[in-house]
Design a protein. Structure first.
Length: 138
């Protein structure tokens, strides 16, 4: 069995946003040479998420509206966590959107259904963050 590891880096200019990273993950699979296996994609920060969904701007706006209703950014004083940084809402949003993605690799490609794409979700941006891509297989 082979193993491959790479870190991707993102620095969004805004506090919250979504980046389609499907092509970057597929490039890692191509680089790894692994044809059959699994890929793990994990943000290495507790205020970011990686998830699979549709790449449709209306849906992304719906995510933002839904997340803000469940874990509003302001007032910052509503959260016990806030102190050094005012990012408690980002921790909660990450919990809702999930930590990581594990996807099948078949014949050297992401084995996805129609419309499925991998996204990096940023909930406390404006600084450089890492995403781990780990691939195992043959």
């Amino acid at each position: 069995m082979k193993s491959y590891r790479k870190e991707l880096y993102f620095k969004l200019p805004v506090r919250r946003g979504y980046v389609n990273i499907t092509k970057e993950v597929q490039a890692c699979i191509d680089e790894s040479g692994i044809k059959e296996g699994l890929v793990l994609v994990n943000p290495m920060h507790i205020t970011a998420s990686v998830f699979i969904n549709d790449d449709e701007s209306g849906l992304h706006q719906d995510f933002e509206k839904w997340l803000e209703a469940l874990a509003p950014e302001k007032p910052h004083s509503q959260y016990m966590h806030n102190g050094y940084e005012d990012n408690a809402d980002a921790h909660l949003k990450r919990q809702l959107m999930g930590r990581e993605v594990v996807a099948a690799v078949t014949d050297g490609k992401l084995d996805f259904g129609t419309w499925e794409q991998i996204f990096y979700g940023e909930f406390d941006g404006k600084r450089k963050k890492r995403v781990l891509v780990k691939i195992i297989g043959e």
